[in-house]
Design a protein around this ligand. Sequence first.
Ligand SMILES: *[C@@H]1O[C@H](CO)[C@@H](O)[C@H](O)[C@H]1NC(C)=O
Ligand SMILES: *[C@@H]1O[C@H](CO)[C@@H](O)[C@H](O)[C@H]1NC(C)=O
Ligand SMILES: *[C@@H]1O[C@H](CO)[C@@H](O)[C@H](O)[C@H]1NC(C)=O
Ligand SMILES: *[C@@H]1O[C@H](CO)[C@@H](O)[C@H](O)[C@H]1NC(C)=O
Length: 503
Amino acid sequence: MSLCGWALLYIALISWINQTEATKKSVSTSVVGMLELVQLEADLIDSLSTYADELEAKLKVLKSFVPKLQAESNEAVTQMENYVSNPINSFSLIRRMHEDWHDWKIFMESSIGQSQVAFLNKAKLQFPTKTDLNEASSSIVRLQKMYNLTAKDMARGVLNGKQYEASLTALDTYAMGRYLNKQNRDMAREWFVVTSELLKEQTPLTPLAGEREKVLHLFAQAIFDYEYYSIALSVFDHALLLANKTANPTLLSKRSKFEELARKEAEVVEKTNSKIKPSEFEIGCRGQFKQQSKLLCEYKSELSPFLQLAPVKVEEVFLDPLIMVFHDVLTSREIDELQQIARPLLKRTTILHNSGVETVHSSRIAKGTWLTRDFNNLTLRIERRIMDMVDLELSGSEDLQIMNYGIGGHFEPHYDYFEPDDLDEGDNNRLATLLFYLTDVEQGGATVFPVLQQAVSPKRGAALFWYNINANGSVDPKSFHGGCPVLVGSKWIMTQWISNNIS
Ligand SMILES: *[C@@H]1O[C@H](CO)[C@@H](O)[C@H](O)[C@H]1NC(C)=O
Ligand SMILES: *[C@@H]1O[C@H](CO)[C@@H](O)[C@H](O)[C@H]1NC(C)=O
Ligand SMILES: *[C@@H]1O[C@H](CO)[C@@H](O)[C@H](O)[C@H]1NC(C)=O
Ligand SMILES: *[C@@H]1O[C@H](CO)[C@@H](O)[C@H](O)[C@H]1NC(C)=O
């Protein structure tokens, strides 16, 4: 979206809505939201295991009774007339037919796993929705583009050159291909190629899949239907090889159809992300801005009596406009308490449009909550500390905002200030922003100022400060900034926007 486009949105004024479907779920938008899913899946697997036990018990009954029934029946069949001429046999046969088969019918009809199915039905209410899956898919795409990652590396758990204990299955990569098919066929192709490679190594874990050969044929057909012919052909060929059916005439005639289309398939234009020139934001997020020597790192004590007692380590990142990092301004215990307070309150963040309508928007993927500064002694203490640190008054400023970002969670570059035209007379604007990092982030999640070519990485306990408004009162477009997608980690931040208190 262009900068002008952004001006249409009060994107900096973040709030949340209570009741809409979109905000209720939205599991992938924060790491906290994902925790429940992990537990739910574990419970479902337990339930499936119980289901297997019950099936096994039923099977045991059958396996032990059927041979005995067969023995009796074999005897009768081989000497039929002789068998029924004995009153004992014929009585028994009549009784069996009248009674026992009725019971077998009941036995066969008795269904296994009613309670497990009921549990599954209840659990379904908490399952991620299609929207959740689409959001998670789009996060993967965002990470791929932002950090120039290949589908192959991602599928194998290699993120930015680092190997993680994580990997995707053929079903996962296939879902990515399907998601991308309509919007970016080059990227979709890349995911389908990985899918075909994975299918050759593993059988997907799905109850509906059945035997390996059948699975390969199903995937070959599906990928064919999406019109990625050469990939479909390679999966198809693997199925033929695997089942030693390279000479089967029916399959061969189908293969020649695949092959013909694969041959006609336009030479794949190798147009990958790597050839697209990255934006300044992307360069910043990748950590590729020219390294500037640190301007200054000092213990700041002159501002207030508090700082004379407890000087704060300050790093000046940029001078015009002033950007600084205060190190170690929140203790680990304080951060733990803030997270504990915020955790149950987190809701999907929305964007407030000029019209006053709030919507969930892909430009900001996170969950957050607001906290008044007089919420408790801790927030009061933080309020005091902020005023000491930056030597600015907080009266008239917005509440504290706490945020947690999930997979690919990010905030596209934006201004924190409001355009003067959008403000009523006497309205405050956001003079400065103080952004506390509550966590380290293993990979990604930097705060990037594309115009100034500055990137600051999250550091637990540190706070980033910058001015959005010039000394003469005009807004400063150089304060344009964004939060890079989180690649690995759970990013927590707390923001205090500081008003130019003109009232
Ligand atoms: C494959 O099938 C052919 C005959 O159709 C047979 O001669 C050959 O031994 C089979 N190979 C394998 C590996 O089963
Ligand atoms: C992106 O990654 C590819 C390798 O996967 C590399 O060849 C290319 O130069 C990278 N592009 C940029 C802009 O770093
Ligand atoms: C908050 O601080 C006040 C004054 O220092 C103290 O009296 C009160 O007990 C504290 N409250 C809590 C919950 O710690
Ligand atoms: C305000 O200051 C900025 C930067 O110092 C300058 O670019 C801008 O032109 C000034 N605006 C006015 C209205 O003086």
